[in-house]
Design a protein around this ligand. Structure first.
Ligand code: C2E
Ligand code: MG
Ligand code: MG
Length: 604
């Protein structure tokens, strides 16, 4: 560092004075004194320069901008980093004020801060954004400190300014990530809830309405399963884009994860105004989405709640929009529904009912009834179908249609079905021990059971526990389930077949089965659905269908059971068509185990 420090001006003046004095009174006696004085002065001067050089070296070793100013705001020294920022040679900065270096506005601000530091003598830390000479916004963290003289007065300031633009950008990114859904760039739940709170406060003040739309894509899981998650993600992005195109600037849209989007529509005049947006959304989704090589059709179900009509606070509005969305799904998807209190009642009832059903299972309120299955030729009872009933303390005996669908939906069906199976197996074993000629009992298994990885083990445990021969247990499955070719379903079907239990296809004729596939499964019987039996033998079309089903089943070596046989005429018609077995009110309604036992005892 060879820059010459100007040093304090006083020293130069003193030197002039001493030399002048020396010349005027150049007498031998003064000479040594004068020389001494000059030498002292030289040393002092050197010391000052040395200090300045050290000071400069320290400043230059700081990677951030660093400087020192005197009490007038004039720069004493500045480092390389400062020079770079000011686009000046650092040596030229010394002696200048901020007004000489920076644009007036900035200079005034810097000087005001300096004055504040000098006035208070306190350290000041400022975080501020400034525009650099190229016009880029930069963030700085500046620390300014007062310099005190020996007398204790503030004689200047010193400062360091660090470029924290990168840190700020990272903070911004983190803030963005905390408030946005990274896949679609839409607001996330936290941000949307914030907006909703703010908007509601404003709507309350303005006495205006706000609509909350809850949108869920229909069967998105299938799309994900069929095309993979990467394509599913691309689709969500595209959907987000189309949804945005339906909204006004003042609307907010967020993704709550998965395929759920929430839209806030402030300042709606009447509740029906939200309808227009919903219509628009249904409209833009109509065009197929082209994702990679695929064209994908997407529909959505939308639920709408309106402030203040359907709720006063964010939680109530979201909950009610969600309930309305579920209602839309139940209405067959691809539509929108407004929340209304009737809907609310239904949800409430559902929740109560759901809790009640859980309790019923735990407290043993379910019972099994048995319906005879009769051999067509001998007219003897050869087996029974186990059918669940809920013996409700207030409502009486409830049919499965009242609770099985809900049990399936909430996952309670697994417990129910296993319990029914266990009870029916134990019951049949008991009847067999009593000497009744019952060959089998059949149980209904819901499709959901076939997604259970340990189904076969569970069934085999039940058979062991009840010491029932596997061939005495028949499992009734629907056609749709038999056609399901997920790995787990196939594995479960064949391991159950391996155990020696057999299957009947229940409600046959109401689904779409492929005969070739049916043949590959361990199926023993087809149960013709009661809707085909109902108008027999009057309707000739029905007759033809029954004829065909029986003939086809026999070719496939399957026995045929007719369900819902209610009259003697039906019975004899089916018998003439070589139907193997019958089940229906004509042969016996479903009854309690005790009643069934008496029935058997009477026939024995
Ligand atoms: P499903 O397996 O087809 O059972 C036969 C249904 O037809 C029974 O209704 C039975 O009462 C009724 N039925 C029998 N004979 C006649 C008749 O002559 N005329 C008429 N109109 N109907 C007759 P239920 O007991 O109400 O059961 C309805 C459905 O509930 C069953 O249909 C079955 O799919 C399901 N289900 C019953 N119990 C269980 C169970 O434990 N687990 C599962 N997953 N589903 C069950
Ligand atoms: Mg059945
Ligand atoms: Mg059936």
């Amino acid at each position: 560092m060879s820059r010459r420090s100007k040093g304090p001006e006083g020293l130069d003046a003193l030197r002039e004075k001493i030399i002048g004095l020396g010349e005027r009174s150049f007498r031998k006696s003064y000479y040594p004194k004068l020389r001494q004085q000059l030498m002292d002065l030289g040393r002092a001067e050197e010391l000052v320069r040395e200090t300045a050089r050290r000071q400069q070296a320290i400043l230059d070793s700081i990677p951030d901008m660093a400087w020192m100013k005197d009490s007038e705001g004039r720069y004493i020294a500045a480092n390389d980093a400062y020079g770079k920022a000011a686009a000046m040679n650092p040596a030229d900065i010394a002696g200048k004020t901020d007004l000489d270096i920076w644009p007036a506005n900035l200079a005034k601000k810097i000087m005001a801060d300096d004055r504040e530091v000098m006035r208070t003598g306190k350290r000041m830390i400022i975080e501020e954004s400034l525009r650099d000479r190229q016009g880029n916004v930069k963030w700085y963290e500046t620390i300014k400190t007062a310099i005190f003289s020996v007398t204790g007065l503030v004689s200047g300031t010193t400062g360091i300014a660090r470029d924290i633009t990168r840190r700020k950008q990272m903070e911004e990114t983190i803030k963005y990530q905390a408030h946005h859904d990274l896949l679609t760039g839409l607001a996330n739940k936290a941000l949307l809830m914030d907006h909703l709170r703010l908007e509601l406060a404003q709507m309350r003040r303005l006495r205006k309405r706000l609509a909350v739309c809850f949108l869920d894509l229909d069967r998105f899981k299938n799309i994900n399963d069929a095309f993979g998650h990467a394509e599913g993600d691309l689709l969500l992005k595209e959907v987000a884009g189309r949804l945005l195109s339906c909204l006004r600037d003042i609307d907010t849209i967020g993704r709550f994860g998965g395929d759920e989007f929430t839209i806030l529509l402030p300042l709606v005049e009447r509740p029906d105004d939200a309808l227009k947006t919903a219509e628009k959304i249904m409209g833009v989704l109509k065009k197929p989405f082209v994702i990679g090589a695929h064209e994908i059709d997407v529909t959505a179900s939308i639920g709408i709640s309106v402030f203040p009509d359907d709720g006063e606070n964010p939680e109530a509005l979201l909950k009610n929009a969600d309930a309305a969305m579920y209602y839309a799904k139940n209405q067959g998807r691809n539509n929108y529904q407004f929340f209304n209190s009737a809907l609310n009642m239904r949800t409430l009832e559902r929740v109560l009912f759901e809790n009640r059903l859980r309790r019923a299972v735990e407290q043993g309120e379910l019972v099994v009834h048995y319906q005879p299955q009769v051999n067509m030729k001998t007219k003897l009872i050869i087996g029974a179908e186990a059918l669940a009933r809920w013996s409700h303390p207030e409502l009486g005996l409830l049919a499965p249609a009242m609770f099985i669908p809900l049990a399936e939906e909430i996952g309670l069906i697994t417990r129910i079905d296993q319990w029914v199976m266990q009870t029916a197996c134990a019951q049949l074993r008991q009847w067999q021990s009593a000497g009744y000629p019952l060959r089998f009992v059949t149980v209904n298994l819901s499709a959901r059971q076939f997604e259970q990885p340990n189904l076969a083990e569970r069934v085999s445990e039940i058979l062991l526990e009840t010491s029932l021969s596997p061939s005495c247990l028949g499992i009734e499955i629907t056609e749709t389930l038999a056609m399901r070719d997920t790995d787990l379903a196939i594995r479960n079907l064949s391991s159950l077949g391996g155990l020696g239990v057999w299957f009947s296809i229940d409600d046959f004729g109401t689904g779409y089965s492929s005969l070739s596939r049916l043949k590959k499964l361990p199926i023993h019987k087809l149960k013709i659905d009661k809707s085909f039996v109902f108008d027999l033998p009057v309707d000739p079309d029905r007759q033809a269908i029954i004829d065909a089903i029986i003939a086809m089943a026999h070719i496939l070596k399957l026995a045929v059971v007719a369900e819902g046989v209610e009259t003697e005429a039906q019975m004899s018609f089916l018998s003439s068509k070589e139907c193997d077995e019958a089940q229906g009110n004509f042969c016996g309604r479903p009854v309690t185990a005790k009643e069934f036992g008496s029935l058997m005892a009477a026939g024995k």
